[in-house]
Design a binder for this molecule. Structure first.
Ligand code: BG6
Ligand code: MG
Length: 223
């Protein structure tokens, strides 16, 4: 195993609640109700795709021009940016900082494969930016998660083959993306929602460098 490819929201820090609140505010302005269950579909999904899902839910899919949709997505992002303004290293999820440091000390490469265009800013606020060897720019992708492109790109940017990587995700769309890239997948969260992953753990503090290396080795022994 040469590299570990990380999702951001829900793995490195818990911004999922902020994304949900910002979308909920926008949806309410449009007369659309969204709840936590619906929000599961938005996890890992790009800003534009999330807006499309919300408009579809409110049966408003064909009611806006492209420019209007861009303005709606931009207003959600402005609200989200205000919410993340105060983030600091205190917002790193349990066990993640020591995991990243352990992996670096063990000479593994670290990549960020997040759908969020706010990824670099958030990593800087958390004080983790310098630990990453590469960050995929989601604006340059032709398709978002569950398409495999983002994880394939992360491996490529690190100069690794997909077989040398492990991907870590908290969203069903993200696990599908890793699996379709033929990368070993580890998921954090609900075992039923994330059952497609090679390994599911309940919380980030269960992720250790030893566990990740062991899962990678086991998956390659089987195949
Ligand atoms: C993903 C989140 O990481 O990034 C999604 O799980 C979010 O909820 C997506 O929509 C895009 O984020 P941003 O910051 O570019 O709007
Ligand atoms: Mg996530």
């Amino acid at each position: 195993m040469k590299a570990v490819l990380f999702d951001l929201d829900g793995i490195i820090t818990d911004t999922a609640g902020y994304h949900f609140l910002a979308w909920k505010t926008l949806a309410e302005k449009l007369g659309i109700e969204i709840d936590k269950e619906f929000n599961e579909q938005l996890k890992g999904v790009s800003r534009t795709d999330s807006l499309e899902l919300i408009l579809k839910k409110g049966q408003l899919k064909n009611e806006f021009t492209l420019a209007e949709k861009e303005a709606l997505a931009a207003s959600k992002n402005e609200e989200y940016k205000q919410m993340i303004e105060q983030m600091s290293s205190a917002d790193i999820l349990p066990g993640i900082e020591s995991l990243l440091v352990d992996l670096k000390n063990d000479h593994r490469l670290l990549g960020l494969a997040s759908a969020s265009q706010n990824g670099p800013v958030i990593l800087k606020k958390l004080g983790l930016y310098d630990l990453f060897d590469t960050i995929v720019n989601p604006a340059e992708l032709s398709a978002g998660k569950p398409d495999p492109e983002i994880f394939q790109k992360a491996a490529e940017q690190l100069g690794c083959s997909v077989s040398e990587c492990v991907g870590i995700e908290d969203a069903a769309a993200g696990v599908e993306s890793i699996n379709r890239a033929n990368i070993v997948s580890i998921a954090v969260g609900d075992k039923e929602v994330l059952s497609a992953a090679d390994k599911v753990v309940i919380a980030t503090n269960e992720l250790t460098a030893d566990l990740i290396k062991r899962i990678w080795t086991e998956c390659h022994e089987i195949n």
